[in-house]
Design a protein around this ligand. Structure first.
Ligand SMILES: Nc1ncnc2c1ncn2[C@@H]1O[C@H](COP(=O)(O)OP(=O)(O)O)[C@@H](O)[C@H]1O
Ligand SMILES: [Mg+2]
Length: 255
């Protein structure tokens, strides 16, 4: 239920920075688990309406960073400034034996009771069914939906509080290419309405296709931020293949 706590620990942006500054910004974020440093002085920001991909090897700290940005985990040091951040965890916290409508209604009521939205839950559910295009499946058990459609429900729950920034942790894992494309059509439709998106992925092609900017995290440090072409230019692999460039970049930086 971590997504219900979103942004409660974040400072509010000043009116001025809401107009011109990033939608979400982290400065010098560090976090250790036991003796192990998961993040070490990471800077990260997402502009209003921007789409950013986080890539990096397993254990690099992507999930830890996203959960700190979401306000559901506390950094040991560093600052996070942002308002209206929604968190879509990798494991959808859906009730498989309840219908799509029942799942949406449950979370709409929780958000309403938590004061995160004034919308009557029933109205919210209708809006989310329309947004997800799942109106015809409203009565179906969530467990019978495809992975892509379950992910839509998961994202719709994150959207109930009309966030300025949507954080998605490996949203397309397990989806086939068609499901993945439909999921991104859906997510990028939201960006059209001004919502910024930051997502993690192991799929370098997906990062290039859907993100305006790529951030590389390795062993707890942010080691690159720029466009896919800038990542290609950062190494001399003699190939236009972004995955090769990414791997060469990691090697050059000792990872
Ligand atoms: N709750 C936790 N307890 C202990 N160690 C953790 C926990 N969460 C993450 N870690 C460790 O922090 C590091 C970063 O993990 P994570 O953020 O999940 O990386 P990624 O999402 O990039 O694969 C890893 O070494 C991982 O084992
Ligand atoms: Mg992860």
């Amino acid at each position: 239920m971590g997504r219900l706590c979103r942004a409660t620990s974040h400072k509010f942006l000043s009116v001025e920075s809401q107009v011109s500054g990033p939608a979400l910004r982290a400065r010098g974020v560090s976090k250790a688990f036991g003796g192990r440093q998961a993040l070490e002085g990471v800077d990260f920001e997402v502009g209003p309406g921007e789409v950013v991909a986080l890539i990096g090897p397993n254990g690099a700290g992507k999930t830890t960073l996203l959960s700190i940005l979401a306000g559901i985990a506390e950094p040991d040091s560093g600052e996070v400034d942002g308002n209206g951040v929604a968190w879509v965890p990798q494991q959808a916290a859906l009730y498989r034996r309840l219908s799509v409508r029942e799942n949406l209604l449950l979370f709409a009521r929780l958000q309403h009771d938590a004061g995160q939205t004034n919308d009557p839950p029933g109205q919210m559910v209708d809006r989310m069914l329309e947004l997800t295009g799942l109106g015809e499946r409203a009565g179906d058990r969530v467990g019978t939906l495809s992975g892509g459609n379950q992910q839509r429900v998961n994202i719709a729950i994150g959207l109930m509080a009309e966030p300025a920034v949507l954080l998605l942790d490996e949203p397309s894992v397990g989806l086939d290419p068609g499901q993945r494309e439909r999921l991104w059509d859906f997510v990028l439709g939201l960006v059209g309405t001004g919502t910024a998106v930051a997502f993690s992925t192991h799929d370098i092609q997906e990062a290039e296709r859907y993100a305006e900017r790529i951030v590389v995290v390795a062993e707890g440090e942010g080691i690159f931020s720029g466009t896919a072409d800038e990542l290609r230019q950062a190494v001399d692999t003699g190939s236009g293949d972004l995955e090769s460039s990414f791997l060469a970049f990691l090697r050059e930086h000792g990872h």
